[in-house]
Design a protein around this ligand. Structure first.
Ligand code: NAG
Ligand code: NAG
Ligand code: NAG
Ligand code: NAG
Length: 635
């Protein structure tokens, strides 16, 4: 006995030492190890944060790492933060990496003019989908977007619309024309925006090369908005180191992620003194948008719900095993709901099966290919923002019986976690999420999204305009080049677009752009017809399909694989298949006792509200570890 403790201690200290010695510094951009000399250069320039990934040697049998590294054993950095994105099509720029010009050499039309004249403002309720659909989509997007650019123009460089901004190359504000339909009545002629950060702008790569954007999250879908992308942060901020649980706080009977203790926090829109809550999770973006906030709270609680359920069936598991198993199940539930429940409604179930994004059968499936690196495409993260057009600007609140109480503008809730924790707001907003419809996908955007955007943080902000502008700075090729990529045919004249758009929309584009090759990717997607069998524009469908195919094939830890470290058994996978959004909300939503079984769809005939008791749940007995039984017997 004593001997084994001594051996254990030796191994432990030895291994701690060797691990420390063995950290390898990688060039974030190239993904290759760097020398000590190169490393010291980066320290001197103070850009190790962006330019270097510190990675411990990979162990092929370990759990999915928090920082996303070692997903691909041959290329350990891919999957981690601060690594490059894939470009579906090579980027195109004008001289000096400025946005490309029109075919005739002139500047492309002003983005704000294009937005106000192509994407109209209004509110049309969807007859089928609830707010939960757009809320989860927003959460999924938050997993793959890089928030540093928004922080940049709101906090770091808030002067882009002032004279000072003219001299700063990173300022790329949007001009508002004098005859603007809204701002002709105001004095605002400029909307803040900064140039997207890149390996070049951060000083990792020579700045006379084509800009390559830096991903600021992990590149797989792994709930990094919750767990973060850095092991030390997770340990410090989130883990209790008991029974696999995440830290929580109870306030007025509700369970929350831990709050920040510092006086200055990121919840800039909290209305003090009443609203004080602001979350301190490993990923600061958790406080950002209302929808992200809501899902972070739900998945945070769900982690602990799972950990407790696993501990009940496996009393012999230690903290680490419970933590990593709970995280693995949490991610699997998230992916199951996203891929098998939400996306089929939007992309079409048959389309997804045909493209191998989901399986017709419920058993294992394995599409892993270690030649495909775990990366995000820059295009998908960018075009996902089309979903803003389905967002409803005013959140309706209901009591638990479904009585309507009041509405609140969603843009006022950005960086305002405190609002959720007062006046029972989170209860009422949770009810609203499955009772209120989202906006219809119909070439119309909610006025709050298009004119207010960031609430009190900016005087005025137009989210879709800013999206379109950023695409130009990303160097996206013209819309028709993506059409050619997706549909494998040539588009040479405006008439050719009649294939993918209604005639009046082709005419709208012809009025705004001189040449078919001038059309911006986002503008084309705004006006496109929807994919057959689905509810989203066909080029958006194509770019999502391209990326999700990569996401599945490149993720060694993908939950449907039989051959992965700590893989589910078939019985466990079949339990995961039972996950639904409605069950999740019954388990972790505030005061939810009744809901419709298909939570992304509005309640109605065939989908009537029912008690949570009649919505099937995961049976954690499938996780019973024979090891625990043996140990018990030996005692
Ligand atoms: C070094 O970089 C970090 C992160 O980018 C920044 O927060 C810090 O202020 C920088 N320090 C100096 C001395 O420039
Ligand atoms: C590249 O860096 C130099 C030196 O910092 C700077 O003067 C120049 O404007 C930069 N060029 C670009 C394209 O960012
Ligand atoms: C939302 O914010 C705007 C300022 O952007 C403010 O005028 C308005 O009163 C706020 N609405 C509510 C309901 O608080
Ligand atoms: C630009 O940003 C600053 C700082 O965030 C803000 O005060 C100002 O209102 C913004 N300008 C506009 C036109 O929104």
């Amino acid at each position: 006995m004593l001997r084994s403790i001594v051996v254990f201690l030796c191994l432990y200290t030895l291994c701690n030492g060797c691990k420390f010695m063995n950290i390898i510094h990688y060039d974030s951009y190239k993904g290759t190890p760097i020398s000590d000399k190169e490393y010291k250069e980066y320290i001197k320039k103070n850009n190790t944060f962006w330019c270097v990934n510190d990675i411990q040697p990979c162990d092929p049998n370990e759990w999915r790492r928090i920082d996303g590294s070692c997903n691909n054993l041959k290329h350990p950095t891919y999957g981690a933060m601060h690594t490059p994105l894939v470009k579906v099509l090579p980027s195109v720029y004008d001289a000096g990496y400025e946005p490309r010009k029109a075919k005739d050499g002139a500047d492309l039309p002003l983005p704000r003019y294009l937005r106000t004249s192509l994407l109209l403002e209004g509110k049309v309720p969807d007859q089928m989908l609830t707010q939960l659909a757009t809320n989860l989509l927003t959460f999924i997007s938050s997993e793959v977007t890089s928030v540093q650019d928004t922080i940049n123009y709101v906090l770091w460089k808030p002067y882009c619309c002032e004279p000072r901004g003219k001299a700063d190359r990173s300022c790329t504000p949007n001009k508002i024309p004098n005859d603007d339909p809204v701002h002709r009545f105001s004095s605002i002629r400029c909307l803040n925006l900064t140039r997207p950060e890149s390996f070049q702008s951060m000083g990792c790569v020579r700045n006379d090369t084509t800009p390559d954007r830096i991903l600021s999250s992990t590149s797989t879908l792994d709930l990094s908005t919750l767990y973060g992308g850095n092991l030390d942060m997770l340990k410090k901020m989130a883990r209790t180191f008991q029974n696999g649980l995440l830290k929580t706080e109870i306030e007025e009977g509700r369970e929350w992620p831990p709050s920040t203790k510092s006086k200055t926090d990121i919840c800039l829109q909290n209305q003090k003194p009443a609203e004080t809550r602001c979350h301190s999770t490993p990923e600061v973006g958790s406080n950002s948008l209302f929808a992200v906030n809501l899902f972070v709270i739900w998945f945070w609680r769900n982690h602990n719900f799972i950990a407790k359920s696993l501990a009940k069936v496996n009393p012999c598991w230690d903290d680490d095993q419970l933590f990593y198993a709970a995280r693995d199940v949490n991610i699997a539930i998230y992916l199951q709901i996203s891929f098998y429940e939400l996306l089929p409604i939007l992309m079409g179930r048959k389309n997804m099966i045909m493209n191998n994004l989901i399986s017709k059968l419920s058993g294992f499936r394995d599409l892993y290919n270690d030649k495909i690196l775990p990366q995000q495409s820059i295009e998908m993260a960018a075009v996902l923002r089309w979903f803003h057009t389905m967002q409803e600007g005013s959140l309706k609140m209901y009591d638990v019986d479904g009585t309507y109480l009041k509405a609140f503008p969603v843009v006022n809730l950005t960086l305002r976690t405190g609002f959720l924790a007062v006046d029972n707001n989170i209860d009422y907003l949770t009810q609203g999420s499955f009772r209120q419809p989202c906006g219809k996908a119909d070439y119309i955007v909610d006025p709050d999204i298009a004119e207010v955007g960031l609430g009190t943080l900016q005087q005025a902000f137009d989210i879709p305009t800013s999206d379109l502008t950023k695409h130009r700075y990303f160097g996206f090729q013209p819309y028709v080049k993506y059409l050619e990529y997706c549909n494998r045919q040539k588009y040479e004249s405006f008439e050719d677009l009649l294939d993918v758009m209604d005639p009046e929309r082709v005419e709208m584009l012809r009025d705004r752009y001189n040449h078919i090759e001038d059309i911006d990717l986002m503008a084309g997607i705004w006006l496109e017809k929807h994919v057959r069998g689905g509810r989203i524009p066909s080029t958006l469908f194509c770019l999502i399909t391209e990326q999700l195919g990569r996401t599945i094939a490149s993720d060694r830890h993908w939950y449907e694989r039989q051959d992965r470290p700590h893989a589910f058994t078939l019985q466990q996978l079949l339990e995961i298949r039972k996950a639904t959004i409605s069950r999740l909300i019954c388990d972790v939503g505030d005061k939810v006792t009744q809901i419709q079984p298909k939570g992304f769809l509005r309640a109605g005939p065939g989908n009537e509200m029912c008690s949570c008791n009649s919505i099937r749940s995961i049976d954690f007995n499938a996780w019973a570890d024979p090891q625990c039984v043996v140990n018990k017997r030996n005692k």
